[in-house]
Design a protein around this ligand. Sequence first.
Ligand code: SAH
Ligand code: SF4
Length: 346
Amino acid sequence: MDLDNLERILEGEPKYRLTQAKEAVLKNFISNWSEATFFTKELRDKLNKECPLEINAQVLVSKTGDSVKARITLADGLQTETVLMRHADPLRPEAGGRNTVCVSSQVGCPLGCLFCATGKMGLKRSLTTNEIIEQVIFFNRYLKKIIQSERPDILYKVTNVTFMGMGEPFLNYENVWEAIKIFNDYKYFNIGVRSISISTAGILEGIKKLAEEKLHVNLAISLHAPNDKLRSELMPIDKKYPLEKVLKVVDEYIAKTKRKVMFEYVLIKDVNDTDNHAKELCKIMDKKLYFVNLILYNDTGIYQASTTQRVKAFRNILEKEKIRYTQRYRFGDDISAACGQFNTKK
Ligand code: SAH
Ligand code: SF4
């Protein structure tokens, strides 16, 4: 898909033509300009030639069908990955449920966290705004075509976006923010700010910038260890941005925005999952608008996941200390679509 040409092609046309074209792509999710029947045949042909809408993707569906991964090939041949996670909404079955897309912000990632498959790739490059929104367009088209064809009475659309795919979103701040504005725009994707989340390994400049924005999207911090000694082993970026500094900037963010902040903690066997780690974690997480999100380690070939018993013991300690926490549901590990398994070199 190449939307970059759109404005240039429609330059000579009346202004509302561009609005119509954008609505067709970003709201009605057409996949070919031939569907834009409000344009002349000549213009449709020109658009198809110079501004094609096809997305070149390979799709994998998990056994349970609730998770779908798309590996998209970009114009320069590099590939990016994005995942759709579908939750039914038992209270409103007619509404199409919650459909969350986990998007990538970069191809690869320069931060090299030891437990993460993307980290192993290094950074290839950052994605453009269009390459970010293309991932959500892809799944809106998928829901419209594949899922809705079975249940034409239900309107399926992407309801949530999380920046938890490949890459560090705060190292591509401008393009990520531009994409978020388009996701939130009621004229286009119309996704509420409370349904958009950014996860960061703790880039201080990014957190500070986010605090200044008008749109208050959700912020998540990849924590994964309760002290710098262990964190810097697992996440090299901790040496540059140690815990104390990250938490200080998060507190400033909370003071300014009054928003809750999520701290992600991947439980890795014998690495960060002992009772002592849990107790240490409780000490730093005991703040009003903090909450912990426990994640089961998804296999990336290095470590092992904590045992069920260990996870339970860890949770018990958090409960005893009254630390607010949730445990992330594991999606799609049979298609390498779970957190930390994104790697397009395989
Ligand atoms: N770079 C950003 C966003 C992408 S990673 C960040 O690190 O926050 C999205 C989430 O998946 C992060 O919390 C990350 O730590 C987690 N993750 C990475 N590897 C994982 C693994 N092997 N198992 C489970 N979660 C993992
Ligand atoms: Fe990059 Fe996030 Fe993976 Fe770390 S966990 S290597 S920051 S994508």
